[in-house]
Design a protein around this ligand. Structure first.
Ligand SMILES: *Cc1c(COP(=O)(O)O)cnc(C)c1O
Ligand SMILES: [Zn+2]
Length: 464
C-alpha cells in the first residue's frame, strides 16, 4: 500500500484528523463526519499531462490498463496496481447527441451523453465498487455490505461473485427496488436482507450493523468508492481530447457521483492538469429534493468546509415525508455525501435543479428514441438540461455532458408502462404516481392475427 503518500482525512474544517489507509472507517471516529482520501501528490508519480495516459491504450491486454478506472491509477494511487480487483469496468462511451440537443435548441456538436450503462453490472456504480473492493481486499475483509436502491447492490454482488474473495450482504427497503437490479443481486448470490422500511431506513441499519459484525461497508460513505468514480470525468475529458466541457449534468441521489466529479476537478486543477473546471449541475427529483432545497432555498454553501451544518440538521429533522419518485435510484431524502457534494458545487461553480417524474419519464423516452436508453434516474440529467436551457442558465453554444448513470434494462416496468398504451398498466404504475401524459410514447400497434390486416397497418404507419 502507498500508505505513506495517501491517507484518510476528516472533511470537517475544524477537525481535520487523519487516519492511515489500513483503518476500516466510514466516518471520522472523532467527530462523525465524512472521510476523504488525500494524497501527497508531490511525492507521487503524477503525469505531467493528461495526454500521457494515452500510452496505456496500447496495453489493453493487461486488465488494469483495459479498465477505464485503473488506467488512471496515478490519480487514485491508494492501492498498488498489482492488488486491484478489476472486471473491466469503465468501458464507457461519450456520444455526441445532436438530434437530442435539437429538442432544446442546442447547437450541433455541443451535447454529449456519457453512457455509464456499459459497465459490467450496467451502472456507473462499478467505477466505485472496483475501488472499494480493492481496498476491502487490502484490509482483508471477509464480508462486504451495502444498503442500496439497487445498483450498488448489483455491483457489489457481482464483484463478490466473480472475485470469490468476499461474501456480500445487501440491505434493501421494501417494495421500491427495480426488478432489473434486484434480479442481479439475487442471481449473483448475495445475501439479501429486505427491511420493513425505505432506503433511508436500510441505510441507517447497515451503518449500525456493519461495525457490530466487522463487516466492510461499501456504500458511498465509503471514501474509496468516490476515488473510483472520479475516473468517469477522466474518461469524459479523454473522449473530448482532454478539453474541459462547459457543463457536467448529473442526477443527484446520495450525491456520491457529484462529489467525486468535484473532487476530481479540484485535484486536476491543483495538479495543473487542467486550467479550469466545468460547471456542475446536480439534478434532484422533486419528490426527493433535499439538495435542491438546501442549496437554493436555504442557501447552504460549502464555504471552505464551514458550511452551516446546524441549519442542515434542522432541515433533516423537520423532514417528515418519505422520499417519493419513480426514479428509484435517486429516491433519497438524507444524502450521506451532502458535505462533499457542497464542496463539488463550490469547486465547479455549481447549480442545483429539480425535475418532476413527468419530466423525467418524458426525457427518458426522448433519450431512448435517440438510441441511448437509460433508467429513469439517469434521464434526470437531460430533463435538467432542458430546464436549464429554458432558464438560459446554459447557453446553446455551451459544451454539455449529461451523465447517463444506468442501463435501460434496469427498470423495464416504468418503460413499458409509459409506452404500452395499456390504460390499466398506466393507471397503476404511472397515473397513481402523478404522471398525466405519455407524450413521447411509442405505443405498440394492436392488430388482429391476420396477414392482410398486418400488412395494411404497416403500410399505413410507413406513410406517416
Ligand atoms: C446510484 C445512482 C444514482 C445516484 O447517484 P448518487 O451518487 O447516489 O447521487 C443515479 N442514477 C443511477 C442509475 C444510480 O444507480
Ligand atoms: Zn473529524
Amino acid at each position: 500500500m502507498n500508505s505513506e503518500f495517501a491517507y484518510q482525512k476528516c472533511l470537517s474544517a475544524t477537525c481535520q484528523s487523519t487516519f492511515d489507509l489500513g483503518q476500516i472507517l466510514t466516518q471520522c471516529p472523532h467527530c462523525g463526519k465524512l472521510l476523504d482520501i488525500q494524497y501527497e501528490w508531490d511525492k507521487l508519480p503524477v503525469p505531467k499531462s493528461l495526454v500521457n495516459f494515452e500510452t496505456y491504450w496500447s496495453q489493453r491486454n493487461n486488465p488494469t490498463r483495459l479498465s477505464g478506472v485503473w488506467r488512471f491509477h496515478e490519480l487514485l494511487p491508494f492501492v498498488p496496481i498489482e492488488d486491484v480487483v478489476t472486471l473491466g469496468e469503465g468501458q464507457t462511451l461519450l456520444q455526441c447527441a445532436d438530434s437530442l440537443g435539437q429538442i432544446c435548441q442546442h447547437e450541433s456538436g455541443k451535447l454529449f451523453l456519457q453512457y455509464e450503462g456499459f459497465n459490467p453490472s450496467g451502472s456507473f456504480k462499478d467505477n466505485g465498487m472496483t475501488a472499494a473492493f480493492s481496498h476491502a481486499k487490502y484490509v482483508d475483509a471477509k464480508i462486504a455490505a451495502c444498503a442500496s436502491t439497487g445498483n450498488t447492490s448489483a455491483s457489489l454482488a457481482m464483484y463478490s461473485a466473480v472475485s470469490r474473495q468476499m461474501r456480500s450482504i445487501i440491505f434493501i427497503g421494501s417494495g421500491k427496488i427495480a426488478f432489473g437490479k434486484l434480479s442481479q443481486a439475487l442471481d449473483f448470490g448475495a445475501m439479501t436482507i429486505q427491511i420493513d422500511g425505505d432506503f433511508d431506513d436500510a441505510m441507517r441499519q447497515v451503518q449500525q450493523v456493519c461495525p457490530r459484525l466487522g463487516i466492510y461497508l461499501v456504500n458511498s460513505v465509503n471514501p474509496f468508492r468516490i476515488e473510483g468514480q472520479k475516473t468517469i470525468m477522466l474518461r469524459v475529458l479523454e473522449a473530448l481530447q482532454w478539453q474541459v466541457p462547459d457543463w457536467i449534468i448529473v442526477p443527484g441521489g446520495n450525491l456520491g457521483n457529484s462529489s467525486s466529479f468535484g473532487k476530481m476537478f479540484g485535484e486536476l486543477l491543483q495538479l495543473g492538469l487542467i486550467d479550469r473546471a466545468p460547471r456542475l449541475a446536480v439534478i434532484n427529483a422533486t419528490g426527493a429534493n433535499p439538495l435542491y432545497e438546501l442549496y437554493n432555498q436555504h442557501e447552504i454553501r460549502f464555504d471552505g468546509g464551514h458550511y452551516d451544518r446546524t441549519r442542515c440538521d434542522q432541515y433533516f429533522a423537520n423532514l417528515n415525508s418519505a422520499a417519493d419518485t419513480l426514479a428509484s435510484a435517486i429516491e433519497i431524502n438524507r444524502p450521506v455525501n451532502l458535505a462533499k457534494c457542497l464542496r463539488a458545487l463550490e469547486i465547479c461553480d455549481g447549480v442545483v435543479e429539480q425535475v418532476t417524474d413527468q419530466e423525467i419519464l418524458d426525457a427518458k423516452a426522448q433519450i431512448g428514441s435517440h438510441g441511448m436508453g437509460c433508467e429513469p434516474a439517469s434521464a434526470a440529467s437531460f430533463a435538467g438540461l432542458k430546464k436549464l436551457r429554458s432558464q438560459q442558465i446554459i447557453a446553446p453554444s455551451d459544451r454539455v455532458v449529461c451523465v447517463l448513470t444506468g442501463h435501460q434494462l434496469k427498470d423495464p416496468d416504468a418503460t413499458v408502462a409509459y409506452h404500452s398504451g395499456d390504460a390499466e398498466m398506466f393507471a397503476k404504475k404511472l397515473g397513481a404516481r402523478g404522471i398525466e401524459s405519455v407524450r413521447h410514447a411509442n405505443h405498440p400497434v394492436r392488430v388482429a392475427n391476420d396477414t392482410d390486416a398486418i400488412v395494411d397497418v404497416i403500410q399505413k404507419q410507413m406513410k406517416e
